[in-house]
Design a protein around this ligand. Structure first.
Ligand code: XMP
Length: 497
């Protein structure tokens, strides 16, 4: 009776049950180490063709990840997965904004025409928040460039003079394969702050600015594609081929089939179809067993694990089904490793220690919802209750989230009376400030775990790490105990909130 498909047998045999463990049941066994935590390299794959400097993903939830979160995650080396409670067009727009955010070459260039007046251009640049604009004719051919310095009053340029009279005609341009270093050298050499990018016919393609280059330098650990653009992820429903195609066309690097139970024949077939139709990598989830992994490894670029571990999930109590997360991850990882398919542990991670335990259990990356929902970059506003600040955080299977989208994730039909059977709750989570500091704590803690095990890289860590089983008394000992905490630590709350 132990396997899915077996029939017959005695009911009482069902009680000869295997044990399944989760985060608090285990600890990493410390080992001799020559690795200082700061030196531990977290780089890891999230899917077959996408590697991240920081293997951490923000969840595809409407209170966690839209463009702002996705941009911030990628700038700090991780990946944001844009949720699917948005129209297909909106998702495409969010993905495009992520891909464009730190592009070396700005494609949406504010331009001026030679016959505009200086006043008009000045007002336009003010409104667009730019300090200069290439001047182009009707064909987009670059004729000159005009900047704030060209139109300062002391240059005796009249407000009603034409741009043609005020612009600099000798424009330094570059081709689209210019590197950041080359563009910067041109700027220093010619004492300019922007270089129009043109094609063979001198037609404008884009613009590189000094400000843009300096901003990119701030994020030297960003997750970028081969063209230097930020990596973007988007969730699609298991039967949403159209959404998958739009997100793919918009430039998403990884698509996530978003389903509470991906080991469902219809979901597997549809996910396979989606994977065949798009260029992006396709991660399929969620699953929690080795049999589910077997059903997906031949076409999935990644597998996502988590049946009911999430902080806002009620799947296990509503349906009676689920798999404690450490065991689920290890079962899936056993199969995935044989096929070189990366695994993502999704849900239930409260502390950095949980995240690195998930990797020891076989995951290549981790996905978190509640951990990030209280940050500035998550959608939604800060509310104050009894003097404390919070942000809303709700399960995608909660009544509110299903009303704002659909119930496809839970393989339910649209409910016209909106009498949903929810598998999640609507909640509030403490406001935490910027994503940067939250991620810093998470990454620092994960590196500490690698230091205790003596592993300099994720693959070394996965090989070297061993677990010990923790008793209930051991769990109590693990937490701060027998004291009254007077100053909150930035990475620890007794209840994990
Ligand atoms: P954490 O623990 O990080 O979990 O907040 C986030 C993950 O939880 C999943 N999720 C849900 N699971 N009912 C569920 O059973 C829900 O309403 C729900 N909403 C999100 C999802 O995998 C997410 O990444």
């Amino acid at each position: 009776m132990a396997n899915d498909d077996s029939g017959g047998g005695r009911f009482s045999d069902k009680l000869q049950v295997p044990e399944a463990l989760t985060f608090d049941d285990v600890l990493l066994r410390p080992k001799e180490s020559h690795v200082e935590p700061d030196e531990a390299d977290l780089a890891s794959r999230v899917s077959k063709h996408v590697e991240l400097p920081v293997p951490v993903l923000s969840a595809a939830m409407d209170t966690v990840t839209e463009d702002e979160m996705a941009i911030a995650m990628a700038r700090h080396g991780g990946l944001g997965v844009i949720h699917r409670n948005l129209d297909v067009d909106e998702v495409a727009a969010h993905v495009e904004r992520v891909k464009r955010a730190d592009e070396l070459i700005i494609r949406d260039v504010v331009t001026a025409t030679p016959d505009q007046t200086v006043l008009e251009v000045d007002e336009m640049m003010d409104a667009e928040g730019v300090n200069g604009a290439p001047v182009v004719d009707e064909d987009g051919t670059v004729l000159g460039i005009i900047s704030g310095t060209d139109i300062r009053p002391y240059l005796e340029v009249g407000e009603q003079d034409s741009v043609r009279e005020a612009m600099t005609e000798e424009v330094i341009t570059a081709r689209k394969d210019v590197t950041a270093r080359e563009a910067l050298e041109l700027m220093y050499e010619h004492k300019i702050e922007r270089v129009p990018i043109v094609d063979e016919g001198d037609q404008l393609i884009g613009l590189v600015t000094m400000q843009g280059i300096l901003q990119r330098r701030e994020y030297d650990n960003a997750a970028r594609d081969e063209d230097g653009r930020l990596i973007a992820g988007a969730a699609v429903g298991p039967f949403e081929l159209d959404r998958a195609i739009r997100a793919d066309e918009a430039g998403a690097d990884v698509l996530f089939i978003d389903c509470a139970h991906a080991h469902n024949r219809n979901v597997v077939d549809s996910a396979r179809e989606i994977a065949e139709a798009v260029d992006a990598d396709v991660v399929v989830g969620n699953i929690g067993t080795s049999e589910a992994a077997e059903a997906l490894v031949d076409f999935a670029d990644g597998l996502k694990v988590g049946i009911g571990p999430g902080s806002i999930c009620t799947t296990r109590v509503v349906s009676g089904a689920g798999m404690p997360q450490i065991t689920a991850v290890s079962q899936v990882a056993d199969v995935a490793a044989e096929h070189d398919v990366p695994v993502i542990a999704d849900g239930g991670i409260r502390y950095s220690g949980d995240a690195i335990k998930a990797i020891a259990a076989g995951a290549d990356a981790v996905m978190l919802g509640s951990y990030f929902a209280g940050t500035d970059e998550a959608p939604g506003r800060v509310v104050t209750m009894q003097g404390k600040k919070y942000k809303q955080y709700r399960g995608m299977g909660s009544v509110g989230a299903m009303q704002s989208g659909d119930a496809q994730r839970y393989l339910k039909e649209e409910d016209e009376d909106e009498e949903y059977v929810p598998e999640g709750v609507e909640a509030a989570t403490p406001y935490k400030g910027s994503l940067r500091s939250e991620l810093h704590q998470l990454v620092g803690g994960m590196q500490s775990g690698m230091g205790y095990v003596g592993a300099a890289t994720i693959s070394e860590f996965k090989e070297r790490s061993e677990f010990v089983r923790v008793s209930a008394a051991g769990q109590t000992e693990s937490h701060a105990h027998d004291v009254l905490i007077t100053d909150e630590a930035p990475n620890y709350k007794p209840d994990g909130s």
